[in-house]
Design a protein around this ligand. Structure first.
Ligand SMILES: Cc1ncc(COP(=O)(O)O)c(C=O)c1O
Length: 381
């Protein structure tokens, strides 16, 4: 049985009529930039995330870039973040001429280690202007100690919630905890549009106003520019698509969580939970499972074995950011962040989308069990 890593067509089939009706209405209106759908979506997303304001922008990457700019991060400033994330997190820091300062991760959640974060701020508190904890795979970073340390050292916290819209940490939603939160609407995200899109959430009115100014070339009054911003707006068509999808987001997140529970049980039943580690969700956290990531030995061989069976999987991410060629100038090297480096060798994301069937999940688990059974020679119960 073939199982794709993500089957967007299955989702599209269910909402096609509704989405096409809304897209057609936007085309008929001929109003494509910053129209009623963008402002309505901003209110709806702010409410969904438990934040007061939300500002639609062109992508998750530019949400990060604009949030850093709104926080006053300038060339030469240091910004603390994790090396175990998608490139955009650190790329947006470097794009401003600021310096990413990496902090290793917790081995179970793959999110920034709050103890190491605090000790970095203790050592170099004054030099760190902002921090970007990432809520990886759909689970929030341990935000209470992060916020406490950041407050103590005057560090602005920007949550990278690109993978985690709707995720909860001790009753609060991703994007409502730090000074700002950044969302991505890239198609593979839990709330994905038909191209690129993003949003910044905040509880701070001044930051919201600044973000609105920065996304239109730093202009509050047309053709008068207070600052050098960029052109980074969410398209009206994308906002219309997202408003349709937002109605289903809660049930899709439940579907993902249900599938995750089912995987946990199936792996236990197949008695390979000694060979693989299933995702660990911390007490007080509610994951939205943008990814279901297992940890295994012989990962690359397992992946090839699954691919040969028609089962999709992916590695998020194979090379930690401190080891990327473009960041060589930062002076980091192999061995600097051992927890991230070990994770990069062992993580494997499996299909988890809400439309996944029990039969498909069984096929994935059987594929993995078959590989280790064959590989170890040990019979599985
Ligand atoms: C953790 C993380 N940060 C930032 C981004 C950037 O978002 P986008 O692709 O919308 O620019 C992504 C998504 O790709 C992501 O996964």
């Amino acid at each position: 049985m073939k199982v794709q890593l993500l089957d967007l067509a299955a989702q599209y089939r269910k909402i096609r009529k509704e989405v096409l009706r809304e897209v057609k209405a936007v085309c008929d209106s001929q109003h494509y930039v910053l129209g009623k759908h963008v402002s309505a979506l901003e209110s709806e997303i702010a409410a969904y995330c438990g934040a007061k304001f939300a500002v639609g922008v062109a992508s998750g990457t530019e949400a990060l870039l604009l949030a850093l700019m709104a926080a006053g991060v300038k060339a030469g400033d240091r910004v603390a973040t994790t090396p175990f994330t998608f490139f955009a997190t650190a790329g947006s820091i470097a794009r401003l001429g600021a310096v990413p300062v990496f902090v290793d991760i917790d081995p179970e959640t793959y999110n920034i280690d709050p103890v190491k974060f605090e000790s970095l701020l203790k050592k170099r508190g004054k030099g760190v202007k902002a921090a970007i904890p990432v809520h990886l795979y759909g689970q929030c970073a341990d935000m209470d100690p992060i916020m406490k340390a950041a407050r103590k050292h005057g560090v602005t916290v920007i949550e990278d919630a690109a993978q985690s819209i709707g995720a909860e940490y001790r009753g609060k939603r991703a994007g409502s905890i730090g000074q700002m939160g950044c969302l991505s609407f890239y198609p593979t995200k839990n709330l994905g549009c038909f191209g690129d899109g993003g949003m910044v959430t905040t509880n701070d009115q001044k930051l919201a106003e600044k973000l609105r100014m920065l996304r239109v070339h730093g202009s509050r009054v047309r053709y008068y520019h207070d600052e050098v911003g960029l052109n980074s707006r969410l398209d009206e068509i994308q906002a219309a698509v997202l408003r349709v999808k937002l109605k289903y987001l809660g049930s899709w997140a439940e579907g993902r969580a249900g599938n995750a529970e089912r995987f946990d049980r199936l792996f236990e039943k197949a008695a390979i939970n000694g060979v693989i580690s299933v995702p660990r969700i911390r007490d007080g956290n509610r994951s939205v499972y943008n990814q279901y990531v297992i940890r295994v030995r012989k990962r690359d061989k397992l992946r090839a074995h699954l691919a040969a069976m028609g089962i999709g999987s992916e590695i998020y991410y194979p090379l930690p950011l401190h080891m990327q060629k473009c960041f060589r100038g930062l002076g980091y090297g192999k061995g600097d962040f051992p927890v991230s480096e070990a994770a990069a060798k062992e993580v494997l994301a499996l299909p988890i989308y809400p439309e996944l069937t029990l039969a498909q999940q069984r096929a994935v688990v059987a594929g993995i069990a078959g590989f280790y059974d064959r590989g170890t020679g040990a019979r599985l119960r």
